[in-house]
Design a protein around this ligand. Structure first.
Ligand code: TXA
Ligand code: MG
Length: 320
């Protein structure tokens, strides 16, 4: 793949927005770090983000939007969230809020949670791109998993050249540190990640205690919870045969006995984009059939297979 460099002063924004609409991946500057953007409603596009980053797990991603009106299509804002939005948006703050039932986002973005992280970035290039695109962009930092977040287009090219469709060169990021992530519910405000907006500044706006990550009452990053997003039915992994009382979720071409197939052609991007929805469907198939387990065919441990297996392992973990 050839990675194009777009100039925001020419017609680079329009061209990049068209690539995003076609399901492509575009890195773009925000005031914090460069994000790797994909249409948050397109499961295959979001799966490619995980693939390009080589992320070994499906942690939920931040959804970037141009304005509050659009943000309200995806999440429920209580008064506290509205106060925070008024004070810090556009800017380096992400709010984790309850998902609306009709959100239309890919489950790879939310990792199947009932909340979503939303941010309105301030950087003029990010704003222009979001307006031209007109929808929600899922965007983690545009670096390979485990590497340092990029704050210049050249950093993105060093790490991601050939892996993504393009990067918009908007110069260096002013903040250079990721956004602060706050989870807001009707009863609690908790800091999930320290970042570009200080806790002191947040405390000026809300008259409530802010729980910090060390607080044992606050769950850690949701992707890390072991039995997170487990179906009700037991899950058996790396099933090469199917037992009585099992239903099979397969992967790859030769699986006639399968109730569902993550990807008949063995395409890991397709499998990743199907994963959450199929686990959910397999659960109701299993319950209807009176099955006592969902057997899952082996998924190769390469590329997106690492993240798929990570999520499957959590689904199969002992319940608590
Ligand atoms: O500054 C930033 O926030 C950059 C720019 C590109 O916007 N983005 C970024 O995204 O740092 P990422 O994917 O590297 O970090 C997203 C973080 C993860 O730690 C994830 O666990 C958390 O957001 N997150 C997303 N959705 C969540 C949710 N529903 N509940 C809790 N945490 C969530
Ligand atoms: Mg990151």
């Amino acid at each position: 793949m050839i990675t194009r460099i777009f100039d925001p002063r020419e017609n680079g924004i329009t061209a990049a927005a068209a690539v995003l609409s076609a399901g492509g991946l575009i890195a773009f500057p925000t005031e914090t770090v460069y994000g790797l953007g994909a249409d948050a409603r397109n499961g295959q596009a979001v799966a490619r983000v995980y693939q390009a980053k080589g992320r070994p797990n499906f942690n939920p991603l931040i959804v970037h939007v141009a304005n509050l009106e659009l943000a309200k299509q995806f999440a429920h804002f209580n008064d506290l969230a509205l106060d925070l939005a008024a004070a810090f948006w556009p800017g380096p703050l992400s709010l984790v809020l309850p998902l609306r039932p009709d959100h239309g986002l890919s489950e790879l973005v939310t990792a199947g949670l009932d909340s979503v992280a939303i941010r309105i970035p301030q950087h003029p290039t990010a704003q222009a791109l979001l307006k031209a695109f007109g929808g929600p962009l899922a965007a983690p930092s545009a670096n390979p998993s485990g590497r340092i977040s990029p704050t210049e287009a050249s950093h993105v090219m060093e790490d991601m050249d050939g892996l993504i469709d393009g990067v918009i060169d908007g110069g260096a990021c002013a903040v250079g540190l990721e956004s602060t992530i706050l989870k807001v519910t009707d009863t609690h405000v908790s800091l999930l990640r320290a970042g570009g907006v200080s806790v002191e500044d947040i405390a000026q706006v809300i008259d409530r205690d802010i729980a910090t990550p060390d607080d044992p009452a606050i769950p850690q990053s949701p992707g890390q919870l072991k039995s997170h997003y487990a179906p009700r039915t037991q899950v058996r992994l790396n099933a090469k045969t199917i037992e009585t009382n099992e239903v099979l979720l397969s992967f790859g071409p030769d699986c006639n006995a399968a109730a569902m197939n993550l990807s008949k052609s063995g395409d890991l991007i397709e499998a990743a984009s199907n994963l959450f929805a199929y686990l959910r469907k397999m659960d109701s198939i299993a319950l209807d059939a009176g099955a006592n387990a969902i057997a899952v065919s082996p998924v190769p441990m390469k590329g997106l297979g690492l993240a798929i297996n990570d999520r499957l392992t959590r689904a199969a973990a002992p319940r608590n």
